[in-house]
Design a protein around this ligand. Structure first.
Ligand SMILES: [Zn+2]
Length: 273
């Protein structure tokens, strides 16, 4: 694994050793590796794309850019973000995930949301800075909870009504202002399924740059209620036991990982944690 530090130096080095190139939701590879030489980027950038400093990767200063759209059909080297992050073994996941979110932040905060003036670099932090208002504009991060609900030796899987992918996954949703993550778990589960849960326990998290979620993974136990699905969220949901699951997301996703951990816990005869 390459050495990676995403720290913000406070200065904007003009010595790009490597460039991660994005284009409309895809990473554009230069061939075998992931980083382009800066010299080869001339004339390829999108009209509104500044090169933005991301961090140091293997001792190299890395920038991210958005490329201009290619001619139709000329998409050599294009790898969808999803494929790069979840299905490509040698992908530098931290670098790509950070780059996508840094570029998004940079484009979203070119102007101050209070006074409308153009923003600058913050002198010491990864933030854009409005001199007039003295306000920093940080990258957005949206915390989301995702939860496996256990009921004796089965657990709940649900199929979203918003995706065309035919697989079953977990109940998930955004944390709202003023809520703890555990409160968000209870509310989301109640809203989407009509069920009450308790014994909510944290397992793990995953950065999910589609576009800027931080997924917080939980286990919870069923307490009461009959399944009543929120139709605009869920097309189907049911209780499943280990070994008899419908298609589920890959283990590289937090949903896929949590499902496999729960499957193993139940198969090994472990009670709720
Ligand atoms: Zn301002």
């Amino acid at each position: 694994m390459a050495e990676w530090s995403a720290g913000w130096s406070g200065e904007a080095p003009d010595d790009a050793d490597g460039v991660l190139a994005l284009c409309e939701g895809s990473v554009v590879r230069p061939g075998a590796g992931w980083l382009h030489d800066w010299d080869r980027m001339a004339g390829l950038l999108a009209a509104d794309s500044d090169p933005v400093f991301v961090g140091r990767f293997d001792g190299r200063s890395v920038y991210v850019v958005e490329l201009a759209r290619m001619k139709a059909g000329d998409e050599s080297g294009h790898v969808s973000l999803r494929e790069a992050l979840l299905e490509t073994e040698d992908a530098p996941v931290g670098l790509i995930s950070t780059s996508v979110q840094v570029l998004q932040w940079w484009r979203d905060h070119r102007f101050c949301g209070r006074c409308g003036q153009p923003t600058d670099y913050h002198p010491t932090e990864r933030a854009r800075w409005c001199r007039q208002c003295q306000v920093p504009w940080y990258a957005r991060l949206a915390p989301c909870v995702i939860v496996v609900i256990r009921r004796e030796n089965r657990f709940l899987l649900a199929r979203s009504s918003r995706t065309r992918r035919y697989y079953y996954s977990l109940i998930a949703g955004f944390v709202e202002p003023g809520e703890s993550a555990e409160e968000a778990v209870k509310r989301e589960v109640m809203e989407e399924t009509g069920l009450t849960v308790n014994n909510i326990r944290y397992r793990t998290s995953q950065s999910w740059p589609f576009p800027h979620q931080l997924m917080l993974g939980y286990f919870a136990d069923y307490v009461a209620g009959d399944l009543v699905l929120q139709e605009d969220e869920l097309a189907a949901a049911d209780w499943f036991e280990p070994g008899l699951l419908p298609p589920v997301p890959p283990a590289t996703t937090i949903a896929g990982h949590l499902i496999r951990v729960m499957e193993q816990e139940i198969s090994c005869g472990e009670g709720p944690g």
